[in-house]
Design a protein around this ligand. Structure first.
Ligand SMILES: C[S@@+](CC[C@H](N)C(=O)[O-])C[C@H]1O[C@@H](n2cnc3c(N)ncnc32)[C@H](O)[C@@H]1O
Length: 272
């Protein structure tokens, strides 16, 4: 089970009590995150932790953590806002499928699927994390147009996983999201995932992702290794066009120079 997936969702619960973040985060995100965490059955993730996570002193805990991973706390909020804006823009421009890769406890599909009954929403994640989330999805009421697929993408190609699910249609313009995922793959695996995703998506589809930027982070590296989820790849936003070249995708977003995004940057690529 991905500890980092739990941690992202929990950080958002605390972020919602900082400044005006409650109003900046997409509506419903915090409440659904909290319920998914509670239903996950993960040790320690009970009502007490949820109450504690909303106390002002918890903000201070994240601010101390930010000394190791600068900007990460508010970065989670910016990331969620960016991803949702990109999905909504892609839907307006005709995307018929939304696919969240490495979904963790992300709530986007659960929240947007009921609003867009004509769009098919997919989530793919590691079986252990997927199963823990499925308990919460069942309690929320799984939207008819939302599908959860459990797969280890280290072992199975995304295109194969999708082709085994008859509901994915390669010919439909789609928007794919990989949020906080690429840093857990090597550079070759990231490019492999992009190339593979290109084989099951139609031209004009979008792949929206966040990626780590290079930096000296000895402590972060130590901590992520400690929870067995080390960061394996990083790329400068300026270098992205070259990084994705030959994968079937072209970066269409501007270079992301926003330090509010912490140790990550965001990008949008389009299937050519
Ligand atoms: C940091 S979490 C991010 C979760 C979510 N995207 C978010 O931002 O809230 C990374 C996610 O990637 C998933 N992941 C990492 N490696 C994976 C793999 N080989 N196959 C499938 N999922 C993977 C983990 O299970 C986890 O849910």
């Amino acid at each position: 089970m991905s500890q980092t997936a739990l941690k992202v969702a929990l950080a958002l619960v605390t972020l919602s009590v900082k400044d005006d973040w409650e109003y900046r985060l997409p509506p419903g995100l915090v409440d659904v995150s909290e319920r998914l965490l509670l239903a996950s059955g993960s040790p320690g993730y009970g009502p007490r932790l949820m109450r504690m996570s909303k106390r002002p002193w918890m903000i201070r805990v994240y601010q101390i953590q930010d000394r190791m991973v600068p900007g990460q706390f508010e970065g989670f909020g910016h990331r969620k806002i960016f991803m949702q804006q990109q999905v909504e823009a892609a839907i307006k421009q005709g995307a018929g499928q939304v696919l969240v890769v490495g979904a963790g406890f992300d709530t986007l599909c659960l929240r947007l699927a009921p609003q867009h009954s004509q769009i098919q929403f997919f989530e793919v994640d590691h079986p252990a994390t997927s199963a823990a989330k499925a308990r919460g999805i069942a309690l929320e009421g799984q939207p008819a147009n939302m599908i959860q697929i459990a797969a280890d993408l280290g072992k199975q190609a995304l295109s194969k996983v999708l082709s085994e699910d008859a509901r994915w249609q390669s010919s439909v313009p789609s928007v794919l999201l990989a949020e906080g995922l690429f840093q857990y793959l090597t550079d070759d695996e990231v490019r492999g995932l992009l190339s593979d995703a290109a084989t099951c998506t139609s031209p004009g589809s979008r792949f929206v992702f966040s990626h780590a930027i290079p930096g000296e982070r000895v402590l972060l590296s130590f901590l992520t290794r400690l929870i067995a989820e080390p960061w394996k790849s990083a790329v400068r936003s300026e270098d992205l066009p070259e990084y994705v070249e030959g994968t079937g995708w072209k970066v269409i977003s501007d270079v992301d120079t926003d330090s509010a995004h912490g140790v990550e940057r965001y990008a949008v690529s389009e299937r050519r």
